[in-house]
Ligand binder design. Structure first.
Ligand SMILES: [Zn+2]
Length: 445
């Protein structure tokens, strides 16, 4: 299902849940060539050919389950399921309507050549007793009688839950689809923080039982490189920015089905340019969260409020202030948030020239800010052990500060001098690593 489809389905189910009579959902499974193979037969053949039980078990796992995992930095991630697009039909709790849908589907099958796997399609009732749904699925007009067995709807799904909140986080990561991102993460304030923790733990090396020494603050790491950070995305804001796209779409796609569904359901007429909560009745959590990102309490509320401008002319249109072409982009929301909250820390852009491995760049970035674990830093954090000296292990003369270790210590100084002598460069040892770095990067030798 497309992301719009998820939103529409969510709204439709919500509607049924809130009114007296429920409805039916038919999930259609289109047959793939892959589905025509009888896997039981394949496994029997494998066994007959003398393959061991374990091997056959593996093959069975491979063909019958769709869980996958990916290698992240060499270690497998949590398993996730691969899902494909589904076609979902909604109809009233009415036998005639359901059998008509099936007749139409049979015609579609004949015309398109695309076979529908009725035995793998499922029927699901909203506010309809389970046994009634089972009875409908088995009804002669809908189910198997008089037709070949493959035409029966054998699966009857349980009650559907509305798309909501963190339960979908794992699926979200599995789908790796930016499109689904802004559907599933609707409870942005909660989920975003949750998601935000992951890269943080990754960078800072924390696990549940162990907290590593944090030499650089997470907020600094999230800053742009021009502002002295590492440019790691703040996923909470990224997620809100993605949700903000629904605001733009609400206006720019007036003819799309989802906008019609929302306008119809919540009584939003065409004077209503942007997402708004209904004045009467309840909205789904998904719609409420989309509306809420424009509120003052939202981290990007003011960016949204100031960003959308109605351009009055012969044909009124909606403009987006934060992009040069007046068109909304997720990136522009994020950039705007980033630049609004930045205090001008010293830029270290000289560092990021891709002339050495990222590991080295990041180490230099930390060293310049005196955020490497030299003895002086450890003493400052009360981390030096009793009886250990805080003096430089190379010369034992002065305290081991980052400046001393990498620049002023006799040995380090000698290394720098030697290297510069190869290029016949005269130098005066600068007093800080930062000054040294800038001089080094600016030199044309
Ligand atoms: Zn030294």
């Amino acid at each position: 299902m497309q992301n719009h489809g998820v939103l529409i389905a969510n709204e439709a189910i919500h509607c049924w849940k809130n009114r007296s009579q429920g409805g039916l959902i038919l999930k259609i499974d289109f047959e793939k060539a892959y589905d025509c193979v009888n896997w039981g037969f394949l496994l029997d053949i494998l066994a007959k050919m003398g393959f061991g039980e374990k091997w056959c078990g593996w093959i069975k796992e491979c063909v019958s389950t769709v869980s996958m995992s990916v290698l992240i930095n060499g270690s497998p991630s949590k398993e996730f399921r691969i899902e494909r697009d589904d076609t979902v039909l909604f109809c009233n709790n009415d036998l005639e309507e359901l059998s008509n849908i099936k007749r139409i589907l049979r015609c579609f099958q004949l015309m398109s050549g695309l076979r529908i796997n009725f035995s793998k399609s499922s029927l699901c009732g909203i506010k309809i007793p389970h046994q009634d749904v089972v009875a409908l699925a088995q009804d002669p007009d809908v189910g198997s009688s008089g037709r070949k067995d493959g035409e029966a709807i054998k699966r009857v799904a349980g009650e559907i839950q509305l798309v909501w909140g963190q339960t979908h986080l794992n699926q979200l990561f599995a789908s790796e689809s930016a499109d689904l991102f802004h559907v599933y993460l609707q409870n942005a304030s909660v989920c975003g923080e949750e998601v935000g923790k992951n890269p943080k733990e990754f960078f800072l090396g924390d696990t549940i039982d162990k907290r590593k020494m944090h030499l650089v603050k997470w907020e600094v790491i999230c800053k742009k490189k021009e502002n002295g950070g590492l440019g790691v995305k703040n996923l909470l804001i990224q997620n809100l920015s993605l949700l903000a796209k629904w605001w733009w779409r609400f206006n720019s796609e007036p003819d799309s089905l989802w906008v019609k569904v929302i306008r119809g359901k919540y009584n939003l007429d065409h004077n209503c340019w942007l997402p708004r909560m209904p004045t009467t009745g309840k909205a789904t959590n998904l719609w409420r969260d989309i509306c809420n990102i424009g509120e003052v309490s939202s981290c990007i509320g003011s960016i949204i409020q100031e960003g959308f401008r109605i351009q009055l002319s012969s044909c009124d249109s909606l403009n987006w202030r934060w992009s040069s072409d007046n068109h909304f982009s997720v990136k522009s929301v994020y950039n705007q948030w980033e630049s609004s909250g930045q205090t001008g820390s010293p830029g270290l852009e000289v560092l990021w020239k891709n002339i050495c491995p990222p590991k080295v760049e990041i180490f230099a970035w930390m060293a310049v800010q005196s955020k490497v674990a030299t003895r002086s830093v450890l003493v400052g954090r009360n981390m030096i052990l009793e009886g250990q000296s805080s003096s430089c292990p190379l010369c034992s003369l002065l305290m081991e500060t980052p400046q001393h270790l990498f620049l002023h210590c006799q040995l380090s100084w000698a290394v720098w001098s030697q290297i510069l002598e190869w290029w016949h460069v005269q130098w005066v040892c600068p007093d800080s690593l930062d000054a040294h770095l800038r001089w080094w990067m600016d030199s044309k030798f």
